[in-house]
Design a protein around this ligand. Structure first.
Ligand SMILES: Cc1ncc(COP(=O)(O)O)c(C=O)c1O
Length: 409
């Protein structure tokens, strides 16, 4: 990775920051806009297709429509929640120009297989690393494995300046094109200029990020260690499993902690009831995933006149044309996510999660008896925990989960 590029060196490989000022200057508008710039700088547009995961924040696909290309949705691996490489090849057509894998929540997409597929078919790999600041694959930072990597600094992210983002690239040519686009199409070295608008970040926001960048260098290994402790805590509990961690992931810093719930192990109790009950039990949010893009309330590209390019194009961008059974099952029944501050919990406290899940399991008759009725009509398991605050698991868990005992900065 070259230091003269649009890059956040410390986020890419955790080399010492060579020029924070340069990094600050090269961050840009929010990530959604930056991915749009990457596609434009790669000359992706009308008539092209871009492969995206069917389970992601809507922006990953909507930016593809914004450059008048077609987002082709591929289902995810139910054990990682990231795009399933075994399904990517089948989605490639002569029109495909790029793949945008997302390192979603608590895992990284399989970069080895995706890089291989991209090379084989001469496609651009653009990593959406909005959830992966500081994660590493085979010792190299998230965002540095494709032609571009993009990071979000929107307010919910592990590094944030309210709204903003950054791109990393190892191509000087693309760097110049994006820098031109970032700043109203101003001409760069070698006469490079690309028609554009204003996608600059303010200096104030960049200043906010400087301290967080240094903190992230120290915090990333802590996040990883604590996330692994939570994985082990989940695996020690009944009816739930941690997400599969590819051995090539050398550091995982997620946007959310995430695991799988198996309703059949709980007499068919719905994922939603489980999530609400666990939230009540631990006084901490446990939620589902984003809605898959074919169900998303935020993905409706037909409402923009500029997308009405032709009847064929409108058909191609209709979200309901995609079948995403793995993503839908995760969203409805299996996935349990919790915001990243849970990774501030000391590993010694991770046991609280095991105990809370086990308590619920006992209450719903996990030991082969029929459903005791505890869950019927709502998250009684969690309500029970609230009513009896001060007793057992509930009292131990209450409040302590929120305490950041691993001294995150
Ligand atoms: C996976 C993913 N990609 C892209 C984005 C867009 O980032 P931004 O809000 O900075 O435009 C988000 C934001 O939440 C995201 O979660």
């Amino acid at each position: 990775m070259r230091s003269s590029l649009i890059t956040i060196p410390v986020l890419v490989v955790y080399f010492p920051v060579r020029s924070e000022a340069r990094w600050a200057a090269h961050t840009g508008a929010r990530e959604t806009a930056l991915v749009k710039l990457t596609l434009e700088s790669l000359d992706v547009g009308f008539g092209d297709e871009v492969i995206v995961p069917g389970l992601t924040w809507q922006a990953t696909a909507s930016v593809v429509c914004d450059v008048n290309a077609v987002p082709v949705m591929v289902d995810v691996d139910p054990t990682t929640l990231c795009i399933d490489p075994s399904k990517v090849e089948a989605a490639i057509t002569p029109r495909t120009r790029a793949i945008i894998p997302v390192h979603l929540y608590h895992r990284m997409a399989d970069l080895d297989r995706l890089t291989e597929i991209a090379r084989k078919h001469s496609l651009h790999l653009v990593e959406d690393a909005a959830h992966a600041h500081g994660s590493q694959w085979d010792g190299r930072g998230a965002g540095s494995h494709g032609v571009f990597g993009s990071f979000s600094f929107q307010s919910s992210k592990t590094m944030n300046c309210a709204e903003g983002g950054a791109l990393v690239t190892s191509s000087e040519d693309l760097y110049l094109r994006v820098v031109s686009q970032r700043s109203c199409g101003r001409e760069q070295k070698n006469g490079v200029k690309v028609h554009s608008g204003n996608y600059r970040l303010t200096s104030l926001q960049a200043a906010l990020l400087r301290g967080q960048l240094a903190a992230m260098v120290e915090n990333a290994p802590v996040f990883d260690r604590n996330g692994q402790a939570l994985d082990r805590a989940v695996d020690a509990a009944p009816g739930v499993t941690s997400l599969r961690r590819n051995p090539r992931i050398t550091r995982q810093v997620g946007y959310s902690f995430c695991f799988r719930y198996e309703p059949l192990e709980y007499d068919g109790i719905a994922g939603d009831v489980f999530r609400r009950a666990l939230s009540a039990e631990l006084c901490w949010p446990f939620e589902s995933t984003y809605a898959p893009l074919n169900h998303s309330e935020l993905y409706y590209p037909h409402t923009k006149k500029r997308h009405a390019l032709s009847a064929e194009y409108l058909m191609a961008i209709t979200p309901s044309r995609w079948e995403l059974p793995a993503a839908e099952a995760l969203w409805k029944d299996h996935a349990v996510t919790s915001p990243w501050p849970i990774m501030g919990m000391a590993p010694t406290r991770a046991r609280l999660l095991t105990d809370a899940i086990a308590a619920g399991s006992r209450n719903c008759g996990h030991t082969n008896s029929r459903n005791s009725g505890v869950f019927e009509g709502g998250p009684e398991w969690g309500n029970r925990g609230r009513r009896r605050r001060g007793e057992g698991v509930q009292s131990d868990a209450h409040g302590k989960l929120l305490a950041s005992e691993a001294s995150l900065k």
